[in-house]
Design a protein around this ligand. Structure first.
Ligand SMILES: C[S@@+](CC[C@H](N)C(=O)[O-])C[C@H]1O[C@@H](n2cnc3c(N)ncnc32)[C@H](O)[C@@H]1O
Length: 293
């Protein structure tokens, strides 16, 4: 079978499985398997695929049709400017989380040697993206899961950032006791227990449940704990910056303000969903703008 025919067949199989990005996924799987770039797929469209490659490709397509995430089949996810190794032990980093990275970089711009902590680092996507952009920053990354921290450390080494990011196993801000930080960045678990069934199968059945759902299934519980714990580690005027799920901005803002923070800004994602809440700790002000953007 030619490359073009194999791709067309794979795209049809994935389309029938309800995958909206069927053709793209088929192309990415074949590229991963053959080690080709996008141009090679076009140039080789009429070439015969070796039997072995075709067999392996069809196995991967069948796995994907069972809604295993593409990133688990290729072993990598792209986030910010980097490629991250991902396994079922870590949440696959999402494009909407790049808004948090962008906001954190903007917030840090006026400061030299900012101290940052990424709470719930998973694959290390936020901490490592920040460390790569800001060579002067002191970056900490915390996770409760030793398996996730092993992947994050592996990613740090791959990106040449192994010496730059300090990884800590522990519960939220507990490992930061005794430190003073300028910025807390976090994409915590925020899916309610009653929302899990409605998630896409790739997320519901393959992302770690502890990365999605907070203990007790209360989607606001971690924000409450970050607000109270954040007061103890942030310097006056330091920032607490969190990703939120749809419809959570009002309650998260109330939680932060009740804990003494001032909500500076809520950032919307590309679908116009409020996605990042930025709040400043009591004390000296900072340079963030007010309002929703
Ligand atoms: C939604 S994932 C975010 C992963 C990564 N930061 C990202 O944005 O792709 C949440 C992460 O928080 C971790 N986590 C959950 N509860 C935690 C806790 N109490 N303390 C520290 N980490 C926790 C999970 O293990 C998971 O890696």
């Amino acid at each position: 079978m030619t490359v073009g025919a194999a791709l067309a067949r794979a795209a049809a199989v994935l389309g029938d499985a309800g995958i909206a990005t069927a053709r793209l996924d088929a192309e990415l799987l074949l590229r991963h398997l053959a080690g080709w770039d996008a141009a090679a797929l076009i140039v080789r469209s009429n070439d015969e695929l070796p039997h072995e490659t075709l067999d392996r490709f069809e196995q991967l397509v069948a796995e994907r049709a069972r809604r295993r995430p593409l990133q688990h089949l290729t072993g990598v996810a792209h986030f910010w400017r980097h490629e991250f190794r991902v396994t079922p032990d870590v949440l696959i980093p999402r494009p909407e989380t790049e808004h948090l990275v962008e906001a954190a970089l903007e917030w840090m711009r006026p400061f030299e040697r900012p101290v940052v902590v990424d709470v719930g680092t998973g694959s290390g996507s936020i901490a490592l993206s920040l460390a790569a952009e800001r060579p002067d920053a002191i970056v900490h990354a915390v996770d409760l899961s030793p398996a996730a921290l092993a992947i994050a450390s592996h990613n740090a080494a791959r990106l040449g950032l192994g010496e730059r990011v300090h990884f800590h196993e522990g519960d939220l801000l507990a490992p930061m006791r005794g430190h003073t930080v300028d910025l807390i960045a976090s994409n915590p678990p925020y899916v309610g227990a009653d929302e899990v069934e409605a998630l896409a199968p790739e997320v519901r059945d393959h992302d770690p449940r502890t990365a999605l759902v907070p203990p007790g299934g209360d989607r606001f519980s971690i924000y409450r704990r970050l607000a109270t714990g954040g007061r103890d580690v942030l310097r006056p005027g330091g920032a607490l910056m969190v990703e939120i799920g749809q419809g959570m901005e009002g309650e998260v803002s109330r939680i932060f303000e009740a804990a003494g923070f001032r909500v500076e800004r809520v950032i919307r994602d590309l679908q116009s969903i409020p996605r990042v809440v930025i709040a400043s700790a009591p004390g000296r002000g900072n340079s963030t703008r007010s309002g929703t953007s």
